[in-house]
Design a protein around this ligand. Structure first.
Ligand SMILES: C[S@@+](CC[C@H](N)C(=O)[O-])C[C@H]1O[C@@H](n2cnc3c(N)ncnc32)[C@H](O)[C@@H]1O
Length: 486
């Protein structure tokens, strides 16, 4: 099959993990950019990318690159596109735009001009125009402009790929599924030891962990991908990819999800049931302060309240308790905690062995790794098991902007005299002590020549081993339901 260019979009900080996923999937020419990874592959790879990638939010297929420095130029060029290659008069469509250019101040206006061009193309030919649908278009086109470089793409995903299809309900402040999966893959956890999220809310982290442990595709539960409405959709090829469970594997350890809130546990169970994973994850209502010492090697990955969307009565006390429990109950294990306030991390009172900048929505957060040893941490670091650079997940220089913003926020916090503790400013207001994050900040165009670097397997984060020692299996009761299946 012919290979073509594709773009996988993701969240800032997850680019390397996504590149690794793409290489494992068989993509060629993988190059990392800002919040995106470009790659090459055939139609089968495009279907697989949508179905299998855990850290992509959408897959675009560029079909036209051109130069323009005004919305009118864009209109004129788009008028000449043979739109019937992609859609019929009876198809509804939408146009998305992302613009980083002084010449194009209003990205929405550019999108309107592309819509006009498509409508006028059909009107000239048939005296009628296709419908625009914002909510549920048959096709979504994407125009990306950086300076005067423009790219038109087809969106092959439709709804963002973080919408796996298993979420029945969410508690407040649920973690995005793509971010949850990214955190787990970054940790290197591959299902070879026990796993706990002691503050699991609606269960996103344990569910993503179970999908990873069993190597189940995150796209199994989606009812639809945009490419299924494309003119060149190859149903047999997609069915073959969808039904290939040969890479799935058995999981021999435990995944536990705890939360002090009984409603969270109910919600988490409902979501796990929708993913056919209720037998794989043990959910239980439990306060983290009652977390008992682990008997086997255990990895904790968790997303405690930050005091932003979820208000906690004693936020610093909570983090102090987390540190105390990790120190006494997780001996020999490791914990990965995503949070937002330095004060909270400080209260954990343990020395992190890695700090990875990540965005949770608009919040610049950090994912910190704590290794819990029996003995003093410094003794350990000086001992035989000295940490090597390769043991740590890489910290990309591309995240310097993020670091600068964190440092700026820390400076602003120090400048507040006397320093106010998080619990004294309940609830936190988004505008306090930090710059809001604007979509246009820190993002780069997705032109391959600019801002992207080729990805080599040896670079960056710890490898995630997919296929060691597993037998493929599929329990029939776990088979998800697909609308379009016989
Ligand atoms: C930010 S939410 C987690 C969201 C979750 N990752 C999701 O995707 O839905 C934090 C959770 O911590 C829980 N929590 C707070 N304090 C706790 C404690 N002491 N023990 C256990 N759970 C706690 C809250 O009930 C809440 O569900």
């Amino acid at each position: 099959m012919t290979e073509f260019e594709m773009i996988a979009k993701t969240f800032q900080g997850l680019e390397e993990i996504l590149a690794k996923e793409l290489i494992d999937l068989g993509a060629n020419g993988v190059a990392i950019g800002n919040r995106m990874v470009s790659f090459k592959g055939d139609k089968a790879l495009m279907y697989k990318a949508n179905f299998h990638l855990r850290t992509a939010i959408r897959i675009l297929k560029p079909f036209l690159h051109f130069k323009a420095d005004s919305a009118d130029d864009v209109y004129e060029i788009c008028r000449k596109v043979d739109w019937e290659k992609y859609m019929d008069l009876s198809d509804s469509f939408a146009v998305d735009s992302v613009v980083y250019s002084e010449d194009f101040r209003h990205s929405k206006f550019v999108a309107y001009r592309v819509k006009d061009a498509i409508a006028d193309y059909f009107r000239d030919k048939y005296g009628k125009r296709p419908n625009v649908s914002v909510a549920n278009p048959d096709l979504t086109f994407h125009i990306h402009i950086s300076h005067d470089d423009c790219s038109l793409s087809l969106d092959s995903s439709g709804e963002s790929l973080h919408k796996r299809g298993y979420r029945q309900e969410a508690m407040e402040a649920p973690l995005n599924e793509v971010l949850a999966a990214g955190m787990i893959l970054m940790s290197g956890w591959d299902g070879k030891c026990d796993f706990v999220d002691p503050m699991c809310g609606s269960g996103t982290i344990p569910i993503e962990a179970a999908l990873i442990a069993k190597n189940m595709a995150p796209g199994l539960f989606r009812s639809h991908f945009a490419f299924e409405k494309w003119k060149d959709f190859d149903r047999d090829l997609f069915e073959e990819i969808y039904n290939d469970d040969s890479q799935e594997r058995e999981f021999e350890f435990t995944i536990k999800g705890y939360d002090k809130d009984p409603k969270a546990i109910l919600t988490a169970k409902r979501n796990a049931k929708a993913a056919g994973l209720l037998d794989t994850i043990q959910f239980e209502q439990r306060d983290f302060k009652d977390f008992e010492p682990v008997k086997e090697r255990t990895v904790i990955i968790t997303n405690p309240p930050y005091g932003e969307r979820l208000v906690e009565d004693n936020l610093l006390g909570l983090y102090e308790m987390i540190g105390e429990r990790l120190k006494h109950a997780l001996i020999g294990g490791e914990a990965w905690i995503i949070s937002y306030h330095y004060e909270c991390f400080d209260k954990i009172g343990l020395k992190p062995s890695a700090k990875i900048p990540l965005f949770n929505g608009a919040l610049p957060c950090e994912l910190r790794k704590y290794e819990i040893f029996d003995g003093r941490y410094n003794d350990f670091r000086g001992g035989d098991r000295r940490l090597k650079k390769d043991d740590l997940p890489s910290r990309r220089s591309g995240t310097l902007r993020h670091k600068a913003r964190l440092a700026e926020r820390e400076e602003a916090r120090k400048a507040e005299k006397p320093s106010r503790k998080p619990e004294e400013r309940k609830p936190f207001h988004k505008s306090e002590g930090k710059k809001p994050f604007h979509k246009s900040e820190g993002s780069k165009p997705f032109h391959k020549s600019e801002g992207s670097k080729p990805f080599h397997k040896s670079e960056g984060s710890k490898p995630f081993h997919k296929s060691e020692g597993k037998k493929p299996f599929r329990k029939t009761e776990n088979k998800p339901f697909r609308n379009n299946k016989k």
